[in-house]
Design a protein around this ligand. Structure first.
Ligand SMILES: NC(=O)c1ccc[n+]([C@@H]2O[C@H](COP(=O)([O-])OP(=O)(O)OC[C@H]3O[C@@H](n4cnc5c(N)ncnc54)[C@H](OP(=O)(O)O)[C@@H]3O)[C@@H](O)[C@H]2O)c1
Length: 246
């Protein structure tokens, strides 16, 4: 990890902060004067994100693969302190498949990055959080409007809701919540739709009650609420433009 943390500012770990929603959250929290650590597997992605984010002084980066217990344990054993832990991490390459084509390696990548990783973050991260701290996971609309090819992602997203409920009870007063995004314009769509990204997102925008696709800032704003509101725990906050209604 780079740089020395100040103790007076709120400190937030954002796993997945190198891109998409996590990156938007990092920018929001830095603008508000918080101390932010972005984490992910790719040093290169983190370096590019650091260049694009506003505050050199209050921004830190850590290479951590949250699917690897030893890496998560080592990261938190380094004496880091946080007030809030957020993960937007997901590796869903190859996970959207009909069952006959589904490769278990891809399924396990999705399960490990979206469910096991958050569990490990809670296991090793909760001990460094203060009583008024929080943990926020990221699930998604796939659990609530399932589609063919989406069984693995639906399952992990659904499981995150149960995980957060159980951890809210076990870890309280630390709060544990989930944000469940709808379709949001981020790099993840290159994996999901490839060249058809723009037309796929446009078609969904026309279907949604709000008439548009989500932007990363829509989700950052919701995560910020979950971090801030001290009476919300064990909750899934749906931020999906009305997708569950259509
Ligand atoms: N975008 C959407 O429309 C949408 C809809 C519903 C739900 N979601 C969910 O919202 C979350 C954020 O999505 P996004 O669109 O912002 O995705 P994104 O832009 O692809 O960002 C995901 C981040 O996760 C990191 N990551 C992946 N595996 C990791 C691991 N094992 N350890 C540490 N970091 C890891 C990646 O960095 P490295 O590759 O460097 O590790 C990347 O920075 C995900 O959980 C996604 O499933 C997205």
């Amino acid at each position: 990890m780079n740089g020395k943390l100040e103790t007076s500012r709120e400190r937030v770990l954002i796993v997945g902060g190198g891109s998409g929603m996590g990156f938007a959250l990092a920018r929001t929290l830095l603008d508000e004067g918080m101390e932010v650590t972005i984490a992910g597997r790719s040093e290169d992605r983190l370096a590019k994100a650091r260049q694009a984010l506003p505050s050199e002084k209050h921004l830190h980066a850590a290479v951590v693969d949250i699917t690897q217990e030893s890496q998560v344990a080592q990261f938190f054993a380094g004496g880091v302190r946080f007030d809030h832990i957020v993960t937007t991490a997901a590796d869903i390459r190859g996970a959207y498949q009909l069952l006959p084509a589904l490769e278990m390696e891809a399924a396990r990548r999705a399960i490990d990055s979206k469910l096991v990783g958050p569990l490990l973050l809670a296991k090793y991260g909760a001990p460094v959080l203060p009583a008024n701290g929080s943990i926020t996971f990221t699930s998604g609309i796939a659990a609530y409007r399932p589609v063919a090819r989406g069984s693995v992602v639906a399952a992990v997203n659904g499981a995150l809701a149960s995980l957060a409920c159980a951890l809210a009870v076990e870890l309280g007063p630390i709060r544990v919540n989930v944000v469940s995004p709808g379709w949001v314009d981020t790099p993840i769509w290159e994996f999901v739709a490839g060249d058809a990204k723009a037309e796929t997102l446009d078609a969904m925008a026309r279907r949604l009650p709000v008439g548009r696709i989500g932007q990363p800032d829509d989700i950052a704003d919701a995560i910020r609420f979950l971090m801030r509101n001290r009476f919300v725990t064990g909750t899934v906050l749906h931020v999906e433009g009305g997708h569950r209604l259509v």
